[in-house]
Design a protein around this ligand. Sequence first.
Ligand code: PHE
Length: 347
Amino acid sequence: MKIIDQSLLNILATWQKELEQSTSDQELEALRIAYLGRSGRVNELMGRLKKLPLEEKRTFGPQVQQLQEIITQGLHTAQQKLREESQEKELSKKKNFDVTASNPSIFDKATGSLHPYTHLIERIEDIFTSMGFAYAQGPEVETEWYNFEALNIPADHPARDMQDTFWLTTPGLLLRTHTSSVQVHTMKTQQPPLAVFTPGRVFRHEATDATHDFMFMQCEGLLIDKNISLTHLCSLLKVFMRTLFEKNDLSIRLRPSYFPFVEPGLEVDISCIFCKNGCALCKKTQWIEMGGSGLVHPETLKACGIDPTLYSGCAWGIGIERLAMLLYGINDIRLFHSGKIEFLKQF
Ligand code: PHE
């Protein structure tokens, strides 16, 4: 049925114009209400139709119906087109997404930085590699043998109490208590001459306070060759500490101590880097404790398959946190893995 009634043709013309101008879901919905809603144009026409004499109803009725169909269909097509367009837009956004694009305003506010561990380990790594030492690594979950026995600490040895241990539920497995276990891995798999450094995380079953934590980082240096003596250890320690603290007049002091895997065992102190006459940081002693050292025990060499009559070695270990606390003036060791953003932001 063709629409010939002028008033209907007028409505149709306005509708078409309005439809063309509607470019959003909301506008289309408003148009639907205006034409097809309860008090919309089409219902108005239906009311008019009811009042017409029968003869006119016959010609006007189908034309109103036709108009209603055109409007319904038009709305439907327009809505679908809109949906397709927005899907296409989304798709092209994804397709043209530039992973290299940067938004400076975001980066200004949220710049990441390196953890103090990373700063220090990189620094330590530089010193060791400049002296010809290679990086060595071992597992954090260790067997009793690598952590204790090979290091001359048998099960009934009182020295086991020096390092309170986190034991795993699997018998014989533990979280390594020191990075000396990496020395064992290295000596067992490589033949001398050997020169390695071993930065890594270690674990101790200890009560925590500002200077003790259950998890911390250590780094050891190990040198094995023919005729290695205390002289080598002393000069290596001197070069290492002087470079680390960027202080050419730094002195080293070695005190007799005991670690089962070295003989002799020596505690390493450095002259205080903050004062000449005693301060709070060196507890008025002018010396700061830096860690343990010594000549590798013949029993340890033997356990790792190295002949102690041919080779000897020296080793020293330092705590990374203690170093960072000194260098950066940090007063609580627990801050390192607290994840506190205020702390991390400073580095
Ligand atoms: N492994 C010892 C500790 O954790 C430190 C050390 C390393 C001592 C190397 C001597 C030689 O206490």
